[in-house]
Write a protein that binds this ligand. Structure first.
Ligand SMILES: NC(=O)c1ccc[n+]([C@@H]2O[C@H](COP(=O)([O-])OP(=O)(O)OC[C@H]3O[C@@H](n4cnc5c(N)ncnc54)[C@H](O)[C@@H]3O)[C@@H](O)[C@H]2O)c1
Length: 463
């Protein structure tokens, strides 16, 4: 049932009331956004986590932010938080596989939801979210911060301008280096039941970018995936006796180039090492353990409803971090590359920061000179995308966004379903239709019906 309008703005202060569930590293962006940057439009009225230690770290963060300390609720009391704190909006920043439960319960209680990507991790949970949204009429926003990074918005702008014509195919290759890439193999992400694997957890960003850039819906997926680097055999090939259980107690910490010292970083120590006693979660598990079940090398082909095709790869042990993407259009080609600086979650390193001179965007018409595009820029985490996205969330009266960067559950579904289909391809070796996973998926706002064949200018004659 839709909530009454009075719920969307707190009558006493005119500020929207936010609660956050999942108070790990990523939630800090939202807590600081509410308590430091957007105090005029937002207030934090409750926080919830399964780990009481991290809950307390978040409460102390409010004190440092100069904001009132919000009440903290254990995960079992999420419903009580909704009843007592009466949030207008619940922000979901738990581990991926737990998102759906909080999204559905929050919408059923009459709240809007903002959820971190990936919206969820499998097709059944995806259907539960889509059903809950239809049932309640509440808003579900998926925070695809990559869309807001200025060079990626600029790619959207060029494609919308029609300069390269209709895009018939895309080549997209994403590289994670052995700092950031290795980190997924240490944390909860290293098990598919928590994260859906990198095809869902990480590639949801990339599949969403392509869906949005093309303004199209994915239809079919073919994929292969394997793990050959983060394995026990690789530990031996690198001269180690291991794998061992975790870095903190590792007998080979001096020899291992993948050693992570949780105790040496104040933020990692406070968030994870000091909180282990509550739930036994180790954030520094050995990247070569045999129980890891996610892939490190993935190749995917996607067919879209407008006829375009995508050839995509993700590799998690590369020499540099970033991506190259090329759009092959009826009037020319757009090539775009970003080299990112190193990022390790929970540390002070810049999240997805773009290295100096790291952006290159080029338009190459079919029969004339190429043009190098001066990239749009912004300061901040994730290439400036995080700050711009927070403004879009928290500032009340922004002009309409011609790039439609705010994403809802339809876009959330379209992106994860490509990764979920890829996971199924890994298991079965056959191609998968998105409609097999979720029938009748509604079109996202950025994907109008595919256009009919439009007339094209004849390319100039070759000499
Ligand atoms: N958009 C981005 O660029 C970006 C970047 C980093 C993380 N994320 C997303 O943010 C989310 C959180 O990631 P993180 O890096 O902060 O991880 P994290 O491990 O630091 O934090 C996760 C938190 O969730 C809590 N939690 C786990 N299960 C729970 C449950 N059932 N109920 C309540 N709390 C529970 C944990 O105790 C922990 O505090 C993930 O969905 C991740 O994909 C997005």
């Amino acid at each position: 049932m839709p909530a009454s309008p009075s719920r969307s703005v707190s009558p006493a202060s005119g500020r929207r009331r936010y609660a956050i569930v999942g108070t790990g590293s990523r939630h800090e962006l939202y807590q600081d956004g509410i308590e430091k940057t957007h105090t005029a439009s937002a207030q934090l009225v409750g926080i919830c986590d399964s780990n009481p230690g991290r809950l307390e770290v978040a409460r102390q963060r409010s004190r440092v932010n100069g904001a009132p300390m919000p009440p903290g609720y254990p995960a079992a009391d999420f419903g009580r938080m909704l009843a007592e704190a009466k949030p207008d909006v619940v922000i979901v920043t738990t581990t991926d596989a737990a998102h759906h439960d909080y999204i559905v319960r929050a919408m059923d209680a009459g709240c809007d939801v903002i959820t971190e990507k990936p919206m969820t991790t499998d097709a059944d949970k995806c259907r539960q979210i889509l059903d809950a949204q239809r049932r309640t009429g509440r808003r579900c926003r998926v925070t695809f911060n990559y869309r807001y990074s200025p060079p990626r918005s600029q790619v959207k702008d060029i494609l919308m301008s029609g300069e390269i014509g209709e895009v018939l195919s895309v080549d997209f290759h994403w590289l994670l280096n052995t700092h950031h890439g290795a980190d997924y193999f240490r944390r909860w992400h290293s098990h598919k039941k928590n994260s859906g694997g990198l095809m869902v957890h990480k590639s949801t960003h990339h599949f969403d970018l392509v869906n949005w850039w093309l303004g199209a819906m994915p239809v079919t997926v073919m994929a292969t995936g394997k793990r050959e680097f983060y394995t026990p055999q690789m530990a031996h090939r690198l001269g180690l006796q291991g794998p061992h259980d975790r870095c903190h107690t590792c007998p080979e910490s001096r020899q291992c180039g993948f050693f992570m010292d949780l105790a040496a970083s104040p933020s990692l120590k406070a968030l994870y090492l000091d909180c282990e006693k509550h739930d036994g979660y180790f954030r520094d598990r050995c990247v070569f353990r045999p129980d890891i079940d996610i892939e490190d090398t993935m190749n995917v082909m996607v067919g879209y409803d407008n006829g375009a095709t995508l050839s995509y790869s993700l590799n998690a042990f590369n020499a540099w971090e970033g991506y190259t993407v090329a759009f092959n259009g009826t009037k020319g080609r757009l090539e775009h590359t970003i080299v990112e600086s190193v990022y390790v979650n929970g540390t002070e390193s810049v999240q997805g920061g773009i290295a100096a001179d790291g952006v290159s965007t080029r338009v190459i018409p079919l029969r004339s000179e190429a043009r190098d595009v001066v990239p749009w820029t912004a300061e901040g985490d994730h290439g400036g995308g995080d700050r711009l996205m927070l403004e879009d969330i928290f500032l009340p009266e922004l002009p309409a966004d011609k790039y439609l960067r705010a994403a809802d559950e339809r876009a959330g579904a379209c992106s994860i379903l490509v990764g979920i289909a890829a996971n199924r391809c890994f298991e079965t070796g056959r191609s998968v239709k998105i409609s097999e996973l979720v029938p009748g998926l509604a079109r996202p706002d950025y994907a109008p019906m595919p256009p009919r064949d439009a007339p094209l200018p004849m390319p100039t004659r070759s000499v």
